[in-house]
Design a protein around this ligand. Structure first.
Ligand code: DX5
Ligand code: ZN
Length: 232
């Protein structure tokens, strides 16, 4: 059976003056997930969007909204995003005093939970919380900005994360998604998929490639990603 891959455009690179249209277009073009980057100018040196924007876009699509928290602390804001319609909430372990508690809080709030690993953050933080994690997100850039270059060491880290996840799934039957975020382009997505990722965030590569001649602006770029993934 062909492996299931999910494409998650990051709205960080969308045109915020017409955000609703940008979201419906990317989903109509064949993307699977809306990746929603939340930055607080404290945990990362940039400031973006919060629960009000999540609530505003929720009625526009049935697609999964994947809220990537780059904020510190995390617990106070988790229920707000759950109420605003987030499907998945992920956070960076460095931003929580109590990782296990934050993961449990996300699940209690009715969302899927995920842990995000910065390029230098070791994967062993997963070892005692795997049962509370629905998605592992590996950063392939340092968080804070779109349009950065993919850090090649991420490929080794993806292979290690894939092994851990597969061992866990073999033991428990539980599915855990492996997402990658930062610098994903048409020319590297196949290599990234071969290293073990199944869910791909792409901001500038998708929103920078809109075409007026496409029915939904992003049909060509999403098809180009799918064509590369079909080679894996
Ligand atoms: C970076 C964000 C990413 C970013 C990816 O901190 O978490 O989601 O939007 O952008 P690209 O795909 O342009 O690297
Ligand atoms: Zn992100």
């Amino acid at each position: 059976m062909a492996k299931q891959f999910r494409i998650a455009p990051s709205i960080l690179s969308a045109n915020f003056a017409k955000l609703g249209q940008e979201i419906t277009d990317v989903i109509s073009s064949g993307a699977d997930i809306i990746h929603f980057d939340v930055m607080d100018n404290h945990y990362v040196p940039n400031l973006t969007i919060g629960p009000l924007v999540c609530e505003a876009i929720r009625p526009l699509t049935d697609a999964i909204i994947d809220v990537h928290l780059m904020v510190k602390p995390v617990d106070r804001i988790i229920p707000d995003f759950a109420k605003a319609g987030a499907s998945i909430i992920t956070f960076h372990p460095e931003a929580s005093e109590h990782i296990d508690r934050s993961l449990a809080l996300i699940r209690q709030s009715g969302c899927k939970a995920g842990l995000v690993f910065n390029p230098a953050t070791p994967l062993n933080l997963l070892d005692h919380v795997m049962d509370k994690v629905d998605m592992v997100l590996l950063m392939s850039v340092n968080p804070g900005f779109g349009g950065q270059s993919f850090i090649p060491e991420t490929l080794n880290k993806l292979r290690a994360a894939r092994q851990k996840i597969d061992a866990y799934t073999a033991k428990t039957g539980k599915e855990v998604w492996l997402e990658v975020d930062g610098g994903v382009k048409v020319d590297n997505i196949a290599e990234i998929a071969s290293a073990g990722a199944d869910t791909f965030v792409a901001g500038s590569a998708v929103y920078g490639a809109g075409k007026d001649s496409d029915p939904y602006r992003y049909d060509s770029i999403i098809s180009a990603f799918r064509a590369e993934l079909a080679k894996v």
